[in-house]
Structure formats: structure tokens, C-alpha cells
Design a protein around this ligand. Structure first.
Ligand SMILES: *Cc1c(COP(=O)(O)O)cnc(C)c1O
Length: 402
């Protein structure tokens, strides 16, 4: 483990990379392949014995390593490997840990794509998953079998914003010799899962970390041993499944990462303001920063205070019709966009039941509390949130939500 005395954003600040000619940004490696001074070094590199040499860009590139090291510094892990998308980081990591016959214990409220992968895809490889209520540690432990290899969860779950007790889950994982894999996409900087005992921390960089909704990206943060394994030319899932990031994108994401701490503070500030107002207006509002949130105290015990409770909140508009009418009106008033994804400067909203979580069958949606009228908001960076609230309230009155 690296020095964990500093808060994550300071770790990013402390990195020092220069370009080839002293540029304040590292040079972008615009090559898919690399020359070797000797044939022997090429052989050694294939064998994994020539640190610092680049082989081929699906394996690694200088630009990808810069971004990976910055993200590892943020999460406090030894190192990291970036990927072409969040799913391009999550799926190979799960496959690296599990072989045919193995078993996964996963939170039942996770990103729709990850859910579909574990529910519909990995059974084809005879990897079975038990989906549990991640807020109940005894349910997690009870689901573990002799075949279980990993526990998978999100710190703040999509879309219900349930809070996972990372330290409690890490204890269970350790006791049973399992790996705890955590998707931290919803709570970058605010929660540092590795510091709470998670073995592997993953992100979709597509969301808050890049924050510009102009590219996809993903990362796996973990031990040097894990990352070497994932990149191994003979049996590494990242290397062989091929979802590698392009260097130009790695360079652009690295530049956006540097303002993440400021953006998260503003997302959190705006989201807390709106959540408190919505709740006072009598709307069923879910936000980890509200005292009414069942995971509020737990979140307080895990969070890095200054980044707040994040930018995601949900309200219940009562029905899908009302939710749709409200979202269309808010878009018309330029309060945000009716779009999936998160972490943009504009507010984004969608009804997860019929969009991002539509992979989850209707009866299961009901059971986990995912109602038809649920609207998921990714609150933007609005400079005047009081005005935004007043305009949103007008829309809500107009469609009869409040
Ligand atoms: C978007 C998202 C993913 C998938 O990431 P992509 O970059 O879209 O592949 C995974 N987990 C969570 C929590 C997400 O929001």
C-alpha cells in the first residue's frame, strides 16, 4: 500500500509528470507498437521480465500508465489498469477471479450492465451468482458457498443509492478467503474503498471522473500482482479480451481528472441543496446526505468529508406517466437533459425502471423498491442552484408531482 496519510485529491496533486520536452502535460504516446533496441529485450518483455518496456498498445501505453497511476493514487492502491469502458474493466476482472464452477455473491442493486453480465452471461461459463441485499451483512455471509470467489458491490448502488458497509464486507471476505470487488463509480473521492479494506476498486471513467460525457473509460485499481495478472499476455483477461483504452483518450481523461475534487464538491453541494428542498416539499427523496436515508450514518463513517454525499439523488414522481411528463418539461425549460449516464456539468435525469435498469425483470424491480415513478438525477454543476430549484419546483407543480 502506498502512503495513505493524505486525502485522495492531494495524491493527484502530488503527482509530477512532464512531457518529453518539459511540457507540463505528459506527451501522448501516439503509437500502437514499440521498437526494441535488442531482440533479447523483446523476448524478455513477452515473458513479463522487462519492466518499463512497452510492447504493444493493447498491453499498455505510456499515456495509459500515467492515467492508471493517477487513479491508483486517488484510490490508494498499488497500481491500476485502465480500460476502454467501465464494463471493459469490470467484466475481465470478474472473469480473472472466477472459473467454471465458481460462484459470486453480488449486491442485487448494481448497474444494469453488470447485473445482466452476472445474471445472463456468466452462467454460460458456469459461473453462478447469488444476488443479495448488500445492506444485510448476515445475508451476504449466508450466501457464501465453498465455490464462492468474490463479493461484488457498489459503494453507493445504482439506482437505489443503497450504501454498502465496505469495512464490514471486507471482514467477511477476509474470513472466507474471498476478494471484495467494489464499483466506486457513484462516489469517487467521497469514498475510498481500498482504505476500508476492499481488494479491488473499479470505476466507469465515463461518469464523474471524466465528467465531460465525451468519452468512455474504465479502470481496475488493485495490487501490482492483480494488475500484472490482468495484463499477462498468456492468460490475462484485460489483455486477451481486448477492451484497452486508446492513448489519446487516456491523455484527455487525465486532464479532466485534475478538477474532479472541485467538481465533486459542487455536484455534492447542489445535490444536497435540492434533496433537502424536495424532501421538505413532501417528495419521497433518496439521497445519502439526508438524515432520512437508512445509510446516512454509515456513509458518514466512511466518507472523506469535504467531497460531500455525491451528485446522485432519486425522487418518486408517483407514476411513470408523471415521471415522463416532469422530465420532458424540465428538459424543455433547459434544467437538464433526459439522458442516461451521470457526472455531466448539466443535470441528467432518467427513469431507471424503463431505461438503465430495464435489464432487471419487473417483479425483481418491485421487490428491491425500484418503483415506476422513480427518477434518477445526476445533479449538474449549476452555479445558481437556488434558481434551478425554483424552476424545477414550477415544473413539479405544473405536472402535479407536488
Ligand atoms: C456506467 C456504469 C458502469 C459501466 O460503465 P461504462 O463506462 O458505461 O461501460 C458500471 N458501473 C456503474 C455504477 C455505472 O454507472
Amino acid at each position: 500500500m502506498k502512503d495513505t496519510k493524505f486525502k485522495p485529491a492531494n495524491n493527484i496533486q502530488d503527482l509530477q509528470y512532464f512531457g518529453e520536452f518539459g511540457g507540463v502535460n505528459p506527451s501522448i504516446s501516439d503509437s500502437s507498437t514499440y521498437t526494441f533496441l535488442s531482440a533479447k529485450t523483446m523476448f524478455d518483455t513477452f515473458e513479463g521480465n522487462a519492466d518499463g518496456c512497452y510492447l504493444y498498445s493493447r498491453h499498455s501505453t505510456p499515456s495509459n500508465l500515467y492515467l492508471g497511476e493517477a487513479l491508483a493514487a486517488m484510490e490508494g492502491t498499488e497500481t491500476a489498469n485502465v480500460a476502454a469502458s467501465g464494463m471493459g474493466a469490470i467484466t475481465p476482472t470478474i472473469l480473472q477471479f472466477c472459473e467454471a464452477g465458481d460462484h459470486v455473491v453480488s449486491s442485487r442493486t448494481i448497474y444494469g450492465g453488470t447485473y445482466a453480465f452476472l445474471k445472463n452471461f456468466t452462467p454460460r461459463l458456469n459461473i453462478q451468482t447469488s444476488f443479495v441485499d448488500i445492506t444485510k451483512l448476515e445475508a451476504v455471509e449466508a450466501a457464501i458457498t465453498p465455490k464462492t470467489k468474490i463479493i461484488f458491490c457498489e459503494c453507493v448502488s445504482n439506482p437505489l443509492l443503497e450504501i454498502a458497509d465496505i469495512a464490514g464486507l471486507a471482514k467477511i471476505a477476509k474470513k472466507h478467503g474471498l476478494q471484495l470487488l467494489v464499483d466506486n463509480t457513484f462516489s469517487p473521492l467521497t469514498i475510498s474503498p481500498a482504505k476500508l479494506g476492499a481488494d479491488v476498486v473499479m470505476h466507469s471513467l465515463t461518469k464523474f471522473i471524466n465528467g465531460a460525457s465525451d468519452t468512455m473509460g474504465g479502470v481496475v485499481c488493485g495490487s501490482q500482482e492483480l494488475i500484472d495478472t490482468l495484463r499477462n499476455v498468456n492468460d490475462g483477461a484485460c489483455m486477451l479480451l481486448g477492451a484497452s483504452m486508446d492513448s489519446l483518450r487516456a491523455a484527455s481523461i487525465l486532464k479532466n481528472l485534475r478538477t474532479l475534487h472541485i467538481r465533486m464538491q459542487q455536484h455534492s453541494h447542489n445535490a444536497l441543496y435540492l434533496a433537502e428542498k424536495f424532501e421538505k416539499d413532501g417528495l419521497r427523496t433518496v439521497y445519502p446526505g439526508l438524515k432520512s436515508h437508512p445509510g446516512h450514518e454509515l456513509y458518514n463513517s466512511m466518507m472523506n468529508d469535504k467531497y460531500g454525499y455525491g451528485g446522485m439523488l432519486t425522487i418518486d414522481a408517483g407514476s411513470l406517466e408523471k415521471a415522463n411528463a416532469l422530465m420532458e418539461l424540465m428538459q424543455e425549460k433547459n434544467l437538464g437533459y433526459l439522458a442516461v449516464s451521470l457526472g455531466f456539468y448539466k443535470t441528467l435525469f432518467s427513469a431507471p425502471g424503463s431505461s438503465t435498469s430495464s435489464e432487471i425483470p419487473e417483479d425483481e424491480q418491485k421487490e428491491m423498491g425500484l418503483s415506476d415513478g422513480l427518477i434518477r438525477f445526476s445533479i449538474g454543476l449549476d452555479a445558481d442552484i437556488e434558481r434551478t430549484y425554483a424552476m424545477m419546483r414550477d415544473c413539479m407543480v405544473q405536472v402535479g408531482v407536488v
